[in-house]
Design a protein around this ligand. Structure first.
Ligand code: BYC
Length: 331
């Protein structure tokens, strides 16, 4: 009767019924689980998977926008974009640190990303051909991220929940700066407005796909919700995002590229047309326009940064040796 809450995410568990029931009771009582607490192996694995994927997404998510830092139209835009991309790097680092508390090393996660084995959000495999894409990413991608991540501030695993509080505050600034870019374009010349519309056309469906497969195809949702890692299903969050975003598009005088989108007076929700799940899975499996470039760019950044890591290690070693020598001299 309780079984789906007791089995590890890998479908197997060595833990006793009593242990698993006591763990679930802590979750049900809204207690936070901390790194040194006993936890089912499935819980540890699910969180390691999700947090690592989330960290990779933040790190790869720097690339589509980083591309525009040198081409931002004004100094003000450039400063804001630079700060946003740095924030994303910071989010990646908190999240790698949160995943490390579960026993996986940063080196392992980095290695997996660089050899193309790790998953990261499908959204970052699309190109950013115009400046409007920087606005649209802030408006839609960060908007979707906030919808998905606010509930993660109440995740049952303490380090993840705490990291998400700061992440969400920063995402909310990103969302506003993106919306303001799109608003400026939408209220500008006809060409600028068209640029904003074209960008919305490109990013609308990929943004809906960010929330993951529909509930019927989401393999992890049920267990993750029982463990209070996730608080809402993929479809529920997608719906909340659509309901919040359609009025924003209307205010801008832009139209989402979905001929079937309609407002249902009875339910109070905007109903969307069919999502192209074949495209989603193609991108998730590495077939997106930018998958290969993203990993190649990350690898180049990693290789180019080798001297910084080596210098930091050499400096730490020098300090340690100096401290040891001082201690020995004092003895
Ligand atoms: N892209 O059973 P499901 C950001 C995979 S960062 C790729 O529903 P789950 C931002 C899923 O991993 C954005 N893969 O899984 C950064 C699973 O595969 P595996 C990222 C996806 O975990 C910079 C399989 O499909 N946000 O926002 O219960 C700038 C079955 O899915 C995707 C986070 O990571 C996808 N879109 O639910 C701006 C938030 N969706 O592992 C913004 C935290 C699903 O079995 N993560 N898959 O091989 C989550 O909330 C959940 O992991 C998801 C998926 C809702 C994404």
């Amino acid at each position: 009767m309780y079984a789906q809450g007791l089995i590890g995410a890998d479908g197997a568990s060595d833990e006793s019924e009593e242990f698993l029931a006591a763990f679930q009771a802590r979750i049900d009582a809204e207690e936070k689980i901390e790194p040194n607490d006993a936890m089912p192996e499935g819980y540890r694995k699910t969180l390691t998977r999700q947090i690592a994927q989330h960290a990779h997404s933040e790190i790869v998510g720097m690339l589509p926008e980083g591309n525009w830092i040198t081409r931002a139209p004004t100094l003000r835009r450039k400063a804001a974009l630079l700060a946003k991309v740095q924030d994303e790097g910071g989010h990646g680092l908190y999240l790698y640190a949160a995943a490390e508390t579960l026993g996986v090393s940063r080196e392992q996660m980095t290695e997996e990303l660089l050899c193309g084995k790790a998953k990261y959000s499908s959204i970052f495999n699309y190109p950013t051909p115009t400046w409007a894409d920087i606005g649209t990413i802030g408006w839609l991608v960060d908007g979707a991220a906030i919808m998905n991540q606010i509930p993660l501030c109440r995740c049952s695993f303490g380090p993840y929940a705490r990291a998400m509080i700061r992440v969400c505050k920063e995402e909310s600034f990103h969302h506003r700066q993106g919306y303001e870019i799109v608003m400026t374009l939408a209220q500008g010349t006809p060409e600028q407005k068209q640029m904003a519309q074209d960008s919305l056309d490109r990013w609308w469906w990929p943004s809906l796909m960010m929330f993951g497969p529909s509930d019927s195809d989401s393999v992890h949702s049920e267990q993750s919700m029982t463990w209070k890692i996730k608080r809402f299903s993929n479809d529920d969050l997608r719906q909340k995002f659509i309901d919040a975003t359609i009025p924003q598009a209307e205010y801008l005088g832009l139209k989402v590229p979905d001929p079937d989108m309609r407002f249902n007076e009875e339910t109070g929700h905007h109903e969307h047309g069919e999502i192209d799940w074949d495209e989603f899975w193609r991108v998730v499996k590495g077939g997106g326009k930018m998958n290969r470039d993203r990993i190649a760019d990350r690898k180049k950044a990693w290789d180019d940064g080798a001297w910084v890591r080596e210098a930091a290690l050499a400096h730490a070693e020098k300090r340690r040796a100096r401290q040891e020598a001082t201690l020995e001299a004092a003895e």
